[in-house]
Design a protein around this ligand. Structure first.
Ligand SMILES: Nc1ncnc2c1ncn2[C@@H]1O[C@H](COP(=O)(O)OP(=O)(O)OP(=O)(O)O)[C@@H](O)[C@H]1O
Ligand SMILES: [Mg+2]
Length: 359
């Protein structure tokens, strides 16, 4: 070997494949993507997505149906190839998933288990395929809280137990990174709370858990960080606190008589306020200071108000405003039309907090 050759290459020459997996590059990020793109024919499911997910904790990947969550996860696992850009998992390019496969556990959609076999035997056969010892099976059954039920055939399992079993299977290789695609899908409220607790426990063991959901409310309580995507683009990436800081104040206004709604709306708009129609009430983009002026504007046209309440969006409102309420299963061409409509129905996001009569 020539003198001065990089030490890393010397090292790789003598390492076995499995050792190389364990001694892979140390990156502060479990996932890094740059301009990651995936098109299915004319439909762009993931669109130049650039994202960094740091190590540790529970990370929620949230977006409406069809926003690209599963497509992103499949690319991260090396199951499908990007059509553009690049991604790294645990510092290793997704062009070489074999190098990180042993350190990443995944649950994608409903995992298939043999219904007549017990949970334990299903896990044992999966473990044997991976060359793992049976002791891992008992450990993962315990980790997901199925101890005592592991001898029952999977056919008898409830949906929640099947999801736990799926997570147990993902935990078999004792992964640094766990990626769970919609593990709360179809669960009842108690099942959702259980899975959330499990996610927190797994993160407390030092793993990074990436969990997708189309409902922020289902996973928000478990998440240290959330990434919100829509039409394959990142809309937000940060803590729940940062997301909540985007909540927009508004004043909820209802006229005494519903027939006065249009007249009231026209007056408020002509006075310079931005409004959104929310069923039988109007939401005015303004904070509490504006309530007296809104009241005066209504009185000036002879409208008495039944309701005049200053309010703040909650997390779900912020999420819905960002992602819109249109069905995500839209072709990309229709997406462009849907976006402005979705934003205008609860004012525009930016700067609404400072809106008043001068908006
Ligand atoms: N194999 C495929 N062929 C064609 N289009 C696909 C394929 N896989 C996904 N898509 C499309 O890509 C877009 C993103 O789909 P994806 O399954 O990633 O969304 P998702 O966020 O996981 O949705 P859901 O919440 O419903 O699981 C959708 O419009 C979908 O129809
Ligand atoms: Mg999906």
């Amino acid at each position: 070997m020539a003198a001065g050759r990089p030490a890393r290459l010397d090292c790789e020459r003598v390492l076995t494949n499995s050792e190389r997996v364990i001694t892979g590059p140390i990156s502060p990020y479990v996932v890094e993507t740059r301009g990651l793109t995936r098109a299915f024919g004319p439909l762009v499911a993931i669109d130049k997505l650039t994202l960094s997910i740091p190590r540790g904790g529970v990370v929620g990947l949230v977006g409406p149906n069809g926003s690209g969550k599963s497509t992103l996860i499949r690319m991260l696992l090396g199951l499908i190839r990007p059509t553009g850009g690049s991604a790294e998992v645990l510092g290793i390019p997704t062009t070489h998933p074999e190098r990180y496969a042993g350190r990443v556990g995944a649950l994608i959609e409903s995992p298939a288990f043999l219904p007549t076999l017990s949970a334990r035997d299903n896990l044992r056969s999966l473990g044997q395929l991976r060359g793992l010892e049976d002791a891992r099976v008992a450990a993962v059954i315990d980790a997901v809280g199925l101890t005592g039920r592991e001898h029952e055939p999977v056919a008898r399992y409830s949906l929640g137990m099947k999801q736990r079993l799926g997570i147990a299977a993902a935990l078999l290789p004792s992964p640094d990174l766990l990626i769970l695609d919609e593990p709360t899908n179809g669960l009842d409220p108690a099942g959702i709370v259980e899975i959330r607790g499990l996610l927190r426990d797994l993160a407390a063991e030092g793993r990074t858990v990436i969990v997708s959901s189309h409902l922020l409310g289902e996973i928000e309580a478990a998440c240290d960080m959330v990434v919100i995507i829509r039409f394959g683009e990142v809309l937000f990436s940060g803590s729940i606190g940062d997301l909540l800081a985007r909540a927009v104040p508004h004043v909820e206004v209802t006229p005494e008589y519903p027939d006065d709604m249009d007249r009231l709306a026209a007056t408020l708009v002509s006075s310079g306020w931005r409004i959104a129609n929310q069923g039988d009430e109007l939401h005015v983009a303004a904070d509490e200071d504006a309530t007296c002026d809104i009241n005066r504007a209504a009185t000036s046209i002879g409208v008495t108000l039944r309701k005049l309440v200053a309010a703040q969006e909650d997390l779900e409102d912020v999420f819905l405003r960002m992602t819109g309420t249109t069905d995500g299963e839209l072709a990309r061409g229709r997406a462009a039309q849907a976006r402005p409509e979705a934003e205008s129905d609860v004012f525009a996001a930016a700067g609404a907090a400072s809106l008043g009569t001068d908006a």
